[in-house]
Design a protein around this ligand. Sequence first.
Ligand SMILES: Cc1ncc(COP(=O)(O)O)c(C=O)c1O
Length: 397
Amino acid sequence: MKYNFDEVIDRSGNRAAKYDERVKNFGTDDVIPLWIADMDFKTAQPIIDACVKKAQEGIWGYTSRPDTYFRAYADWQEKRNGWRPDVSLCSWSLGVVPALTAIVRLFTGEHDKVMIQPPVYPEFYDVNEMSGRRVAENNFIERDGTWEVDFEDFEAKAKDPLVKMFILCNPHNPLGKVWTEEELRRMLEICFANGVLVVSDEIHSDLIFHGKKHIPAAIALPGADKKVITCISATKTFNLAGLQASTTVFPNEEMKKIFDSYWSSMDIHRNNAFSSVAMEAAFNEGEEWLEQVLDYISGNFDFVADYCKNHIPAIRPTIPDATYLIWLDCRALGLDDAALKDFMIRKAKLGLNPGSGFTRSLTGFMRLNAACPRSVLEKAMKQLEQAVNELVREERI
Ligand SMILES: Cc1ncc(COP(=O)(O)O)c(C=O)c1O
């Protein structure tokens, strides 16, 4: 089946956070929403069909989770990434962020530190700081638009006896970095040598471009599967975040048991009726859609790269090899973070994620979600160009 990703679907008023929370986030609904990480595309037809069938049953009582559920995750991982997770060590949760929060609370102590690599998904700060943990920031080093790990600092942080956990964003949001085998090995070796528990968030691992290959942390090093916790889901891949479901793969039964009893103590242990069927349909029948959406998004990346180069050279995008999120270097505009946010909302009329949420050491960045019809992106880039031109003119005056 050929999917039409050019179709513009009006999502406003249908409880889509991306649209209906614009006033809350940007103070106005007069912005093109290119922020929160979901896509403006309909998901794969087999997933829609499975959910419609479930809806038509008209009975959505307590839902069991058949063995086929985790098997679908394992089959997918094996096929796409060459890793077969042990289904007996898989746990369900309401999402990757709730899983990360539980993992931090259960496997670190109250005053421990958790290493993260900014600029990084803002919830990596939140899951720690809201749990009373401190973050140890291993900031990326930027060299002319290329972002690299500061391994010297990484090792020094890992050696800090208070650092008990490392949350790896694999692949990395917002830099769109697909980790190489060498990078993964080095990070894991350092963590294992220093007793630092590695938690790998692989929610974006199906959204890979430019011929790159995702490597699950669990197979990056022999025996890593016995040490690493991995978070995976179908929700980013197939645009199902509202169904709230993810899977955590544990390295051993004890950890899985601790995690499961945490959720059971709140009676949170069942998929909702729709996520149960949607996740299986996604993994079993969604690949054709995925290949097409990746192709379309890749075209969007090319469009943004060319547009910035030819019309808005003051904005420098980091075109990602993974995720559909583009990290925009806006430092040449000479605006501080508050002014940049205001500029994007009031002048460019764009609802983007401010870079300040992803890092505490850099200013002047924004994140743009490119998973939308090309025509929306064209309009957005035109608005941005006009706003930048105006700013340049005003500054010259
Ligand atoms: C790296 C990363 N982890 C987790 C999430 C969200 O996961 P969930 O919706 O399953 O809680 C996101 C969403 O953007 C993300 O970028």
